[in-house]
Write a protein that binds this ligand. Structure first.
Ligand code: NDP
Length: 245
């Protein structure tokens, strides 16, 4: 696969989980990948090593988005970008458990950072580029983590409203919404020794299993491909058909 040959992709939150799978997938398609992470130096190195061992190109940049996005842009070795994937995010908490400081932190990482990453990336982003934000099915399914869900609603709105603004440059802005996916964010799945929690998800999932990071990477790659140039302002459900009714 060489659909991304000659392209440079920035993937936030690529030290593990979905972001790592996205980074690997874009690199497998020939992209040079900037692997962003917050604190897990070893895991970020692992992502870079996996890509390089497979013959791809990547380097890591550390930035905790509570502190803004300057560290990310200071760490870039590339002066041009083609694909920006806003994937990094953190969970919030249930009602009555989140302090105002925690609330601000979740919004800083999940909403403020993608907004300013896009703003800072735009002068570097080639015309015809791709912006892909990773949202969540929590936007259509009410789950108890209200604050996290609110941030994903904001991200959906960000994609929808930016698309017409960036359209004249041929830049598309799309959103991928995963359902329950096997990552650290869902540690409860690993503690689910009798399988009851997993069944509660798979029974209401059309494709009958939990999502894997590579499933989501596939959806991101679809929107990043040259053939997707006519798709913008779209929210792509990548849940395996979760809660379709
Ligand atoms: P993980 O928790 O597995 O990975 C989170 C990533 O974000 C890591 O690379 C982490 O870096 C980075 N990160 C964590 N905190 C910060 C911070 N403060 N500043 C900057 N980066 C940070 O997440 P997932 O792979 O599960 O999720 C990826 C995306 O998919 C998120 O947007 C999430 O909301 C969305 N999603 C996930 C679902 C799921 O079931 N897993 C379902 C629906 C949506 P480090 O390793 O250095 O901490």
């Amino acid at each position: 696969m060489s659909e991304f040959a000659g392209k440079t992709a920035l993937v936030t939150g690529a030290s593990r989980g979905i972001g790592r799978a996205v980074a690997r997938r874009l690199a497998a398609g020939g992209a040079r990948v900037i692997v962003h992470y917050a604190s897990n130096d070893d895991l970020a190195k692992e992502t870079v090593a996996e890509i390089e061992n497979a013959g791809g190109q990547a380097y890591a940049v550390k930035a905790a988005f509570e502190d803004g996005v300057d560290a990310l842009f200071d760490g870039l070795r590339d002066d041009r970008l083609d694909i920006v994937v806003n994937n990094a995010a953190i969970l919030g908490g249930v009602l009555n458990s989140v302090t105002p400081e925690q609330f601000d932190r979740v919004f800083a990482v999940n909403v403020r950072a993608p907004y300013f990453i896009i703003e800072r990336a735009l002068p570097l982003l080639n015309d015809g580029g791709r912006i892909i934000n990773v949202s969540s099915a929590v936007v259509r399914i009410a789950l108890p983590d209200v604050v996290y869900s609110m941030t994903k609603g904001a991200l959906d709105t960000l994609g929808f409203t930016l698309a017409p603004i960036l359209g004249p440059r041929g830049i598309t802005v799309n959103t991928v919404s995963p359902g329950v996916t096997e990552t650290d964010m869902n540690a409860w799945l690993r503690e689910d020794h009798d399988g009851a929690a997993e069944r509660s998800v798979t029974e209401v999932t059309a494709l009958g299993r939990i999502g894997r990071p590579d499933d989501i990477a596939g959806a991101v790659a679809l929107l990043a491909r040259p053939e997707a140039g006519w798709i913008t302002g779209h929210v792509l459900d990548a849940t395996g058909g979760y809660f379709l009714g």
